[in-house]
Design a protein around this ligand. Structure first.
Ligand code: KE4
Length: 439
């Protein structure tokens, strides 16, 4: 097995012959910013290195999981020990009980949880439970939010869908039936209504007309997939009230925000109890883990306890469980204070750099996740995010990359600060940003 693969360019040329776009996930292909993606071979703390030996300060963090930084010694040790005793059994293990126990103890609304291998599986399964529990078929999502690539959720989605600009643009204040991907049958998409995030009037209009058809609303409580956008005060509570009156369920997709913005996720920050919650990323510490959970009566619908079927060969995989447990063990109150300090310092530094350069920049932040938007207007939903200058973001991205700073290759993603980042790293990043903006 060749481990000295040559340059990123050579690897990318071969990868493009072997894999669609040369990548295992679309956003990694740099279509929104152009250029050849660096092929990474090593990470340690806040740094990553590519095959050409270049080092980068990393703010992608594997899109959220690496809240403790790359190759944290406790995670590496735990994973190594666990793998040496066998990597997978397809049987119950103590480690999955331990992670389930930690999740139930940490996330206020989760009384029972099922572990899966990705956020996509978590979201699609939570929707299936909601449809079974309510006997209804329609679901509601928000334009710009992304919940993985299950058919029903590829409608005006965020993240890579928004980045590749395949998102549907038609439809009034709420729209249904317009797939955001080829291969999604219109009859599936017609069951998915989309609404503008932060627009309670539009939600009230939809519920007035179609409320009795709606099984669930699925929402990122703090979206990261249109870039970071904060819920207006009362918005999430308003959605919960509409659902309660209509007999629909609320699903918080906390795949990004779970254990990221607080130990109990955004629901703990806002004091809201959704009926179902999706988790991922941080709970796997860089290994494939997702989870969905919630009220005991709802999770009691899930096979083998109830009629909702969902399964997975590597669900609850012991190595991945151990990576998640070791990561979550690092996340105490002091860790969240530190993450918030670092996130705040980076956001302030970017704003100062833009002010000095006379560049319009809006930075939305929640704890250690943030997005700088090249725009002068507040970014409160997908439409305002789309009005940001994505070409300017692309130039900024490359100017930072040339200075050894790696940020998400899309305006519609979140930057992540980890516990491994230092004040010196942030100073270096903000200096690079100032130079990049002045160029
Ligand atoms: P996965 O199937 O990629 O593990 O999770 C899907 C998912 C579900 N819900 C939310 C809120 C998510 O952000 C995601 C996945 N996030 C993207 C980045 N924003 C993953 C990166 C990628 O697609 O390569």
């Amino acid at each position: 097995m060749s481990l000295s693969p040559g340059s990123s360019e050579a690897l990318y040329a071969e990868a493009c012959r072997l894999m669609p776009g040369g990548v295992s996930s679309p956003v990694r292909a740099y279509r929104a910013v152009g250029g050849t993606p660096p092929f990474l071979v090593r990470g340690a703390g806040a740094q990553v290195w590519d095959v050409d030996g270049r080092a980068y300060l990393d703010y992608v963090g594997s899109w959220g999981p690496l809240i403790a930084g790359h190759a944290h010694p406790a995670v590496v040790r735990g994973v190594t020990e666990t793998a040496a005793r066998g990597s997978s059994f397809g049987a119950p293990t103590p480690l999955e009980v331990a992670l389930a126990r930690t999740i139930v103890a940490s996330v206020p609304s989760i009384e029972m949880v099922r572990l899966v291998s990705s956020g996509t599986e978590a979201a699609m399964s939570a929707l299936r439970v909601a449809r079974a529990a309510t006997g209804r078929r329609a679901i509601v999502k928000f334009d710009g939010c992304y919940h993985g690539h299950a058919d029903a959720l590829l409608v005006r989605a965020g993240s890579g869908v928004m980045t590749l600009d395949v998102a549907a643009r038609s439809g009034g204040p709420w729209a249904s039936g317009v797939p955001a991907s080829a291969g999604v049958p219109p009859e599936v998409a017609t069951l998915t209504f989309t609404l503008p995030f932060n627009d309670l009037d539009a939600a009230e209009g939809l519920f007035r007309q179609r409320g009795e058809e709606i099984a669930a609303v699925i929402v990122e409580p703090i979206p990261g997939n249109m870039g970071v956008v904060l819920p207006r005060p009362g918005f999430l509570e308003g959605i919960c009230g509409l659902c309660e009156r209509a007999g629909a369920l609320v699903i918080f997709d906390e795949v990004i925000t779970g254990f990221r913005v607080a130990r109990g996720g955004a629901q703990a920050l806002y004091g809201i109890r959704p009926q179902l919650t999706c988790l991922g990323k941080v709970i796997g510490g860089g290994f494939p883990v997702g989870a969905y959970g919630g009220r005991r009566d709802l999770m009691g619908q899930v096979a083998p306890l109830g009629p909702v079927y969902q399964a997975g060969t590597l669900s609850g995989n012991p190595v991945a469980m151990r990576a998640g447990l070791e990561t979550l063990a690092l996340l105490d109150d002091a860790a969240y204070r530190r993450l918030d300090e670092l996130g705040g310092a980076l956001a302030d530094g970017l704003r100062d750099a833009a002010r000095r350069a006379g560049t319009a920049l809006v930075v939305n932040r929640a704890g250690s996740m943030l997005t700088p938007f090249f725009t002068a207007e507040p970014v409160v939903d997908a439409e305002s995010a789309r009005r940001a200058d994505v070409a300017r973001y692309a130039r900024f991205f490359h100017a930072l990359r040339e200075r050894g700073i790696l940020v998400p290759p899309s305006q519609f993603e979140a930057w992540f600060v980890s516990l491994a980042h230092t004040e010196e790293d942030l100073r270096r990043t903000c200096d690079a940003a100032a130079a990049a903006l002045a160029a």
